[in-house]
Design a protein around this ligand. Structure first.
Ligand code: GLA
Length: 341
Protein backbone atom coordinates (compact mmCIF):
# COMPACT_ATOMS: atom_id res chain seq x y z
CA UNK A 1 0.00 0.00 0.00
CA UNK A 2 1.34 3.46 -0.95
CA UNK A 3 1.72 5.71 2.10
CA UNK A 4 -0.72 8.63 1.94
CA UNK A 5 0.16 12.20 2.82
CA UNK A 6 -2.04 14.01 5.31
CA UNK A 7 -2.00 17.72 6.13
CA UNK A 8 -3.69 19.04 9.24
CA UNK A 9 -3.97 22.60 10.48
CA UNK A 10 -4.28 23.11 14.23
CA UNK A 11 -5.05 26.49 15.79
CA UNK A 12 -3.53 28.31 18.73
CA UNK A 13 -5.91 29.82 21.28
CA UNK A 14 -6.63 32.92 23.26
CA UNK A 15 -8.56 32.75 26.48
CA UNK A 16 -11.05 35.59 26.51
CA UNK A 17 -11.87 35.31 30.22
CA UNK A 18 -11.62 32.68 32.97
CA UNK A 19 -7.89 32.59 33.70
CA UNK A 20 -6.18 30.25 36.15
CA UNK A 21 -9.49 28.58 36.86
CA UNK A 22 -9.07 25.34 34.89
CA UNK A 23 -6.97 23.33 37.34
CA UNK A 24 -9.55 23.83 40.10
CA UNK A 25 -12.43 22.73 37.88
CA UNK A 26 -13.73 26.22 37.18
CA UNK A 27 -14.98 28.08 34.11
CA UNK A 28 -13.11 29.45 31.10
CA UNK A 29 -14.13 31.07 27.82
CA UNK A 30 -11.42 30.59 25.18
CA UNK A 31 -11.45 30.53 21.39
CA UNK A 32 -9.27 28.89 18.77
CA UNK A 33 -7.56 31.44 16.48
CA UNK A 34 -6.39 31.74 12.88
CA UNK A 35 -2.73 31.58 13.87
CA UNK A 36 -1.70 27.97 14.06
CA UNK A 37 0.49 25.01 13.24
CA UNK A 38 0.36 22.88 10.12
CA UNK A 39 1.64 19.33 10.04
CA UNK A 40 2.15 17.20 6.95
CA UNK A 41 2.97 13.52 7.43
CA UNK A 42 3.29 10.32 5.58
CA UNK A 43 2.49 7.29 7.73
CA UNK A 44 5.37 4.92 7.27
CA UNK A 45 8.16 3.13 9.13
CA UNK A 46 8.54 2.42 12.82
CA UNK A 47 9.67 5.81 14.18
CA UNK A 48 8.14 9.27 14.20
CA UNK A 49 10.50 11.66 12.43
CA UNK A 50 9.53 15.35 12.17
CA UNK A 51 11.20 18.63 11.32
CA UNK A 52 9.91 22.08 12.19
CA UNK A 53 10.42 25.47 10.57
CA UNK A 54 10.23 26.99 14.06
CA UNK A 55 13.05 25.18 15.78
CA UNK A 56 16.30 23.50 14.82
CA UNK A 57 16.98 19.79 14.88
CA UNK A 58 14.78 16.83 14.26
CA UNK A 59 12.27 15.04 16.44
CA UNK A 60 13.16 11.38 16.11
CA UNK A 61 10.96 9.33 18.41
CA UNK A 62 10.76 5.54 18.61
CA UNK A 63 7.20 4.23 18.94
CA UNK A 64 8.09 2.60 22.28
CA UNK A 65 9.58 5.79 23.77
CA UNK A 66 9.76 5.41 27.54
CA UNK A 67 10.90 8.80 28.85
CA UNK A 68 9.66 11.71 26.71
CA UNK A 69 11.19 14.34 29.02
CA UNK A 70 14.69 13.08 28.16
CA UNK A 71 14.28 13.55 24.39
CA UNK A 72 16.22 16.29 22.58
CA UNK A 73 15.87 18.87 21.11
CA UNK A 74 13.41 20.45 23.57
CA UNK A 75 10.51 20.78 21.15
CA UNK A 76 10.74 17.06 20.34
CA UNK A 77 9.62 16.30 23.92
CA UNK A 78 6.09 17.32 23.02
CA UNK A 79 6.13 14.97 20.05
CA UNK A 80 7.53 12.23 22.29
CA UNK A 81 4.88 12.93 24.93
CA UNK A 82 2.14 12.36 22.36
CA UNK A 83 3.76 9.19 21.02
CA UNK A 84 4.04 7.84 24.57
CA UNK A 85 0.36 8.57 25.25
CA UNK A 86 -1.05 7.50 21.89
CA UNK A 87 1.20 4.50 21.18
CA UNK A 88 0.63 4.46 17.41
CA UNK A 89 1.55 1.19 15.74
CA UNK A 90 2.88 2.84 12.60
CA UNK A 91 5.50 5.56 12.34
CA UNK A 92 5.43 8.82 10.38
CA UNK A 93 7.74 11.15 8.51
CA UNK A 94 6.83 14.77 8.09
CA UNK A 95 7.24 18.46 8.67
CA UNK A 96 5.68 21.17 10.76
CA UNK A 97 5.25 24.83 9.93
CA UNK A 98 3.76 27.40 12.24
CA UNK A 99 2.88 31.06 12.45
CA UNK A 100 2.26 30.81 16.18
CA UNK A 101 4.95 32.62 18.16
CA UNK A 102 6.56 30.35 20.76
CA UNK A 103 6.38 31.56 24.35
CA UNK A 104 3.76 34.22 23.65
CA UNK A 105 1.01 32.51 25.63
CA UNK A 106 -0.95 31.44 22.54
CA UNK A 107 -0.57 27.70 23.21
CA UNK A 108 1.99 26.76 20.59
CA UNK A 109 2.83 23.63 22.59
CA UNK A 110 -0.82 22.50 22.81
CA UNK A 111 -1.20 23.11 19.06
CA UNK A 112 1.87 20.96 18.42
CA UNK A 113 0.61 18.17 20.67
CA UNK A 114 -2.81 18.05 19.06
CA UNK A 115 -1.37 18.31 15.55
CA UNK A 116 0.91 15.33 16.18
CA UNK A 117 -1.86 13.32 17.85
CA UNK A 118 -4.31 13.82 14.98
CA UNK A 119 -1.60 13.20 12.37
CA UNK A 120 -0.73 9.93 14.13
CA UNK A 121 -4.31 8.74 13.85
CA UNK A 122 -6.06 9.84 17.05
CA UNK A 123 -9.79 9.23 16.98
CA UNK A 124 -12.21 10.16 19.73
CA UNK A 125 -13.98 13.12 21.27
CA UNK A 126 -12.59 16.63 21.70
CA UNK A 127 -12.41 15.90 25.42
CA UNK A 128 -10.40 12.70 24.87
CA UNK A 129 -8.03 14.52 22.54
CA UNK A 130 -7.59 17.37 25.01
CA UNK A 131 -6.88 14.96 27.88
CA UNK A 132 -4.32 13.13 25.78
CA UNK A 133 -2.61 16.42 24.89
CA UNK A 134 -2.61 17.49 28.52
CA UNK A 135 -1.00 14.22 29.64
CA UNK A 136 1.58 14.58 26.86
CA UNK A 137 2.35 18.11 28.05
CA UNK A 138 2.79 16.92 31.64
CA UNK A 139 5.18 14.20 30.49
CA UNK A 140 7.10 16.48 28.16
CA UNK A 141 7.51 19.59 30.28
CA UNK A 142 6.66 18.65 33.85
CA UNK A 143 4.35 21.72 34.03
CA UNK A 144 1.10 20.68 35.76
CA UNK A 145 -1.06 22.56 33.25
CA UNK A 146 -4.83 22.32 33.25
CA UNK A 147 -7.05 21.32 30.32
CA UNK A 148 -7.79 24.84 29.01
CA UNK A 149 -5.34 25.10 26.12
CA UNK A 150 -5.92 21.66 24.65
CA UNK A 151 -9.71 21.73 24.99
CA UNK A 152 -9.92 25.30 23.64
CA UNK A 153 -8.28 24.04 20.46
CA UNK A 154 -9.92 20.61 20.24
CA UNK A 155 -13.41 22.13 20.65
CA UNK A 156 -12.71 25.37 18.77
CA UNK A 157 -15.16 26.34 16.02
CA UNK A 158 -15.46 29.30 13.69
CA UNK A 159 -17.35 32.23 15.17
CA UNK A 160 -17.73 30.60 18.58
CA UNK A 161 -16.20 30.99 21.99
CA UNK A 162 -16.22 27.84 24.11
CA UNK A 163 -17.57 28.03 27.63
CA UNK A 164 -15.68 25.22 29.28
CA UNK A 165 -16.72 23.74 32.60
CA UNK A 166 -13.40 22.30 33.69
CA UNK A 167 -15.03 19.87 36.15
CA UNK A 168 -17.33 18.09 33.69
CA UNK A 169 -15.39 19.18 30.57
CA UNK A 170 -18.73 20.15 29.07
CA UNK A 171 -18.27 22.72 26.30
CA UNK A 172 -21.02 25.21 25.47
CA UNK A 173 -20.63 27.32 22.31
CA UNK A 174 -21.08 31.07 22.79
CA UNK A 175 -21.18 33.18 19.60
CA UNK A 176 -18.82 36.13 19.55
CA UNK A 177 -21.03 38.93 18.16
CA UNK A 178 -20.09 39.82 14.58
CA UNK A 179 -19.33 43.43 15.46
CA UNK A 180 -16.57 42.48 17.91
CA UNK A 181 -12.97 41.46 17.43
CA UNK A 182 -10.34 40.29 19.87
CA UNK A 183 -7.15 42.27 19.51
CA UNK A 184 -4.01 40.44 20.62
CA UNK A 185 -0.64 42.07 21.19
CA UNK A 186 2.54 40.22 22.11
CA UNK A 187 4.20 41.96 25.06
CA UNK A 188 7.51 40.69 23.69
CA UNK A 189 8.26 39.36 27.13
CA UNK A 190 8.97 35.69 26.56
CA UNK A 191 7.78 33.29 29.12
CA UNK A 192 7.82 29.65 29.70
CA UNK A 193 5.76 28.06 32.40
CA UNK A 194 8.59 25.59 32.94
CA UNK A 195 10.28 26.72 36.15
CA UNK A 196 7.80 29.61 36.57
CA UNK A 197 5.55 30.15 39.57
CA UNK A 198 2.75 28.34 37.72
CA UNK A 199 3.18 25.17 39.82
CA UNK A 200 3.30 27.31 42.96
CA UNK A 201 -0.01 28.99 42.07
CA UNK A 202 -1.56 25.61 41.58
CA UNK A 203 -0.27 24.50 44.98
CA UNK A 204 -1.62 27.69 46.57
CA UNK A 205 -5.07 26.93 45.15
CA UNK A 206 -4.86 23.40 46.57
CA UNK A 207 -3.96 24.90 49.96
CA UNK A 208 -7.09 27.07 49.75
CA UNK A 209 -9.21 24.04 48.83
CA UNK A 210 -7.90 22.17 51.88
CA UNK A 211 -9.72 24.83 53.95
CA UNK A 212 -12.87 25.69 51.96
CA UNK A 213 -13.35 22.70 49.64
CA UNK A 214 -13.54 22.97 45.83
CA UNK A 215 -12.96 26.56 44.74
CA UNK A 216 -15.39 26.10 41.85
CA UNK A 217 -18.20 25.76 44.43
CA UNK A 218 -16.94 28.36 46.92
CA UNK A 219 -18.38 31.82 47.56
CA UNK A 220 -16.27 34.87 48.32
CA UNK A 221 -17.70 34.90 51.85
CA UNK A 222 -16.35 31.36 52.42
CA UNK A 223 -12.83 32.65 51.95
CA UNK A 224 -12.77 34.41 55.34
CA UNK A 225 -12.00 30.97 56.77
CA UNK A 226 -8.60 31.00 55.08
CA UNK A 227 -6.07 32.32 57.61
CA UNK A 228 -3.13 32.88 55.25
CA UNK A 229 -3.53 36.22 53.46
CA UNK A 230 -1.68 35.23 50.29
CA UNK A 231 -3.66 31.99 49.92
CA UNK A 232 -6.86 33.93 50.53
CA UNK A 233 -6.04 36.36 47.72
CA UNK A 234 -5.23 33.53 45.32
CA UNK A 235 -8.57 31.92 46.14
CA UNK A 236 -10.37 35.24 45.75
CA UNK A 237 -9.03 35.55 42.22
CA UNK A 238 -10.33 32.11 41.29
CA UNK A 239 -13.77 32.55 42.85
CA UNK A 240 -14.36 36.01 41.37
CA UNK A 241 -12.96 34.97 37.99
CA UNK A 242 -15.37 32.02 37.77
CA UNK A 243 -18.24 34.43 38.39
CA UNK A 244 -16.94 36.83 35.76
CA UNK A 245 -17.12 34.16 33.03
CA UNK A 246 -20.90 33.81 33.21
CA UNK A 247 -21.37 37.55 33.80
CA UNK A 248 -19.34 38.17 30.63
CA UNK A 249 -21.45 35.70 28.62
CA UNK A 250 -24.62 37.39 29.89
CA UNK A 251 -23.24 40.84 28.97
CA UNK A 252 -22.42 39.66 25.43
CA UNK A 253 -25.91 38.17 25.19
CA UNK A 254 -27.54 41.55 25.81
CA UNK A 255 -24.94 43.32 23.60
CA UNK A 256 -23.70 45.29 26.61
CA UNK A 257 -20.10 45.51 25.45
CA UNK A 258 -19.22 48.16 28.00
CA UNK A 259 -20.12 45.77 30.82
CA UNK A 260 -18.29 42.91 29.07
CA UNK A 261 -15.20 45.09 28.70
CA UNK A 262 -15.37 46.12 32.34
CA UNK A 263 -15.29 42.44 33.34
CA UNK A 264 -12.21 41.94 31.14
CA UNK A 265 -10.53 44.82 32.96
CA UNK A 266 -11.52 43.39 36.34
CA UNK A 267 -10.03 40.06 35.34
CA UNK A 268 -6.72 41.75 34.61
CA UNK A 269 -6.78 43.62 37.92
CA UNK A 270 -7.47 40.36 39.76
CA UNK A 271 -4.62 38.59 37.95
CA UNK A 272 -2.36 41.51 38.86
CA UNK A 273 -3.35 42.15 42.48
CA UNK A 274 -4.64 38.83 43.82
CA UNK A 275 -3.04 36.16 41.64
CA UNK A 276 0.17 38.07 40.84
CA UNK A 277 0.91 36.60 37.42
CA UNK A 278 1.04 39.84 35.40
CA UNK A 279 4.24 41.83 34.86
CA UNK A 280 4.93 45.58 34.59
CA UNK A 281 5.13 45.14 30.79
CA UNK A 282 1.80 43.32 30.46
CA UNK A 283 0.16 45.78 32.89
CA UNK A 284 1.35 48.75 30.82
CA UNK A 285 0.17 47.10 27.62
CA UNK A 286 -3.23 46.27 29.12
CA UNK A 287 -3.55 49.89 30.22
CA UNK A 288 -2.70 51.13 26.71
CA UNK A 289 -5.04 48.71 24.94
CA UNK A 290 -7.93 49.41 27.30
CA UNK A 291 -7.80 53.15 26.53
CA UNK A 292 -7.77 52.90 22.71
CA UNK A 293 -10.92 54.39 21.18
CA UNK A 294 -13.06 51.39 20.22
CA UNK A 295 -11.63 49.14 22.95
CA UNK A 296 -13.93 47.94 25.74
CA UNK A 297 -11.28 46.45 28.01
CA UNK A 298 -7.98 44.57 28.03
CA UNK A 299 -6.28 41.80 29.97
CA UNK A 300 -3.42 39.38 30.05
CA UNK A 301 -4.34 36.06 28.42
CA UNK A 302 -2.85 32.66 29.26
CA UNK A 303 -0.61 31.57 32.10
CA UNK A 304 1.12 34.92 32.55
CA UNK A 305 4.62 36.01 33.56
CA UNK A 306 4.78 37.76 30.16
CA UNK A 307 3.07 36.71 26.94
CA UNK A 308 0.10 38.26 25.16
CA UNK A 309 -2.45 40.90 26.13
CA UNK A 310 -5.89 40.89 24.51
CA UNK A 311 -8.56 43.55 24.16
CA UNK A 312 -12.27 43.26 23.41
CA UNK A 313 -12.82 45.77 20.60
CA UNK A 314 -15.29 47.02 18.03
CA UNK A 315 -14.61 45.15 14.81
CA UNK A 316 -13.90 48.35 12.87
CA UNK A 317 -11.41 49.72 15.42
CA UNK A 318 -8.66 51.92 13.94
CA UNK A 319 -5.27 51.08 15.34
CA UNK A 320 -2.35 53.44 15.89
CA UNK A 321 0.36 52.87 13.26
CA UNK A 322 2.96 51.82 15.84
CA UNK A 323 0.81 49.06 17.33
CA UNK A 324 1.47 45.59 15.97
CA UNK A 325 -1.65 43.60 16.74
CA UNK A 326 -3.51 40.53 15.58
CA UNK A 327 -7.21 41.04 14.93
CA UNK A 328 -8.72 37.73 15.91
CA UNK A 329 -12.09 36.07 15.43
CA UNK A 330 -12.85 32.52 16.62
CA UNK A 331 -11.56 29.91 14.17
CA UNK A 332 -11.91 26.16 13.72
CA UNK A 333 -9.52 24.38 16.08
CA UNK A 334 -8.60 21.47 13.81
CA UNK A 335 -8.92 21.26 10.06
CA UNK A 336 -8.00 18.39 7.79
CA UNK A 337 -6.51 20.18 4.78
CA UNK A 338 -5.76 17.16 2.60
CA UNK A 339 -5.43 13.38 2.78
CA UNK A 340 -7.18 11.12 5.24
CA UNK A 341 -7.05 11.06 8.95
C1 GLA B 1 -1.63 27.96 30.90
C2 GLA B 1 -2.03 26.51 31.21
C3 GLA B 1 -3.55 26.37 31.24
C4 GLA B 1 -4.17 27.41 32.17
C5 GLA B 1 -3.64 28.81 31.87
C6 GLA B 1 -4.12 29.83 32.86
O1 GLA B 1 -2.03 28.33 29.62
O2 GLA B 1 -1.49 25.65 30.24
O3 GLA B 1 -3.90 25.07 31.63
O4 GLA B 1 -3.97 27.07 33.50
O5 GLA B 1 -2.22 28.82 31.86
O6 GLA B 1 -5.49 30.03 32.72
Amino acid sequence: MMPTTTTIRVAGRVNVIGEHTDYTGGLALPMAIELGTTITVERTGDVVRLRSDKAPGEALVPLDIADPAAVTPDWARYVAGVVAELRPTRGAVGRITSDLPVGAGLSSSAALELAVAVALGFTGTAQDLARLGQRAEHRASGVPCGILDQLAIAAGARGLLSRIDCTSLEVRPVPLPEDLVILAVDSGQRRTLVGSEYAQRRAECLAAEAVVGPLCDALVTDLDQIGDRVIRRRARHVVTENARVDEFIAALGRADYVAAGRLIGESNASLRDDFEVTTPQTDALAERLSTLPGSYGARLTGGGFGGTVIALCARDIDLPADLEAWRLRPADGIRLMSGTQ
